[in-house]
Ligand binder design. Structure first.
Ligand code: SAM
Length: 225
């Protein structure tokens, strides 16, 4: 059974997509997508030998070797020109790692219509990358599983405008304002408050003062939301 987190990622994979799941680990997501006739076929990419072996093992066990190709490669290098990949999933990593994967092999994105990204932290850098690279956010989800809060960003090609606050909070998530969203940002504002108190006790160098002012601004803006 797939985690609620990965099941939610799967919900955004278009019917009959050819999917590349990058950083696939056990290849649970591509196996689920093919078993449920959502994906026509899939690539499971892994850069580390151990998880790559787990992925191969899982795909064999599930008798899906005709539909899922497992490749040992760094990021989007797992995608080959003839694959015809239409959707990419990248889940369970930090936002900066996800964006670095997207930036490293830009040609692999040709023909890709949708990106479904699930950063564990720092979703903001993905929204910034999307803005700069002509992808727009078509949907977002925030969810709680095992006491952890996850965000899922669904991107398609296009233009969008985001305010600074929307880059941080997510335009759709800010609008929806779910309970989980509220919990996440209440916690963050509290954390920033603690950091700010600590800064106020430190020697007031220009750097410390600037950082403190920046936190005060964030606390006010996010606190208001
Ligand atoms: N995607 C699965 C999930 O969400 O449950 C597995 C997440 S696991 C925490 C992250 C995986 O990404 C690890 O197996 C790691 O080896 C892989 N990974 C990290 N950097 C990668 C890269 N540049 N290319 C491919 N895989 C990568």
């Amino acid at each position: 059974k797939l985690s609620k987190r990965l099941e939610t990622v799967a919900k955004f994979v278009p019917q009959d997509a050819i999917v590349a799941d990058i950083g696939s680990d056990h290849a649970y997501l591509p196996c689920y997508l093919v078993h449920n006739n959502i994906a026509k076929s899939a690539i499971a990419g892994e850069v580390v030998k151990g998880p790559y072996d787990s992925a191969c093992h899982e795909v064999q066990k599930e008798k899906l070797t005709n539909k899922i190709t497992v490749r040992l490669a760094d990021g989007l290098a797992a995608i080959e020109p003839g694959d015809g990949v239409t959707a990419i999933t990248i889940a369970g990593m930090g936002g900066p790692l996800i964006t670095s994967i997207l930036e490293k092999h830009p040609l692999a994105l040709e023909g890709v219509e949708r990106l479904i990204l699930q950063p564990n932290i720092h979703a903001k850098v993905i929204r910034e990358w999307a803005l700069q690279n002509c992808w727009k956010i078509i949907d977002e989800v925030i969810l709680l599983e095992d006491e952890k809060i996850y965000e899922i960003l669904v991107l398609e090609r296009g233009e969008m405008n985001l305010s600074e606050l929307e880059k941080l909070l997510g335009p759709v998530l800010k609008q929806q304002h779910s309970d989980v969203f509220h919990t996440k940002w209440t916690r963050e504002v509290e954390q920033w408050g603690h950091v700010r108190e600590a800064l106020q006790k430190a020697e007031q160098t220009p750097e410390i003062l600037a950082k403190s002012a920046e936190l005060a601004h964030l606390i006010e803006e996010v606190g208001e939301v």
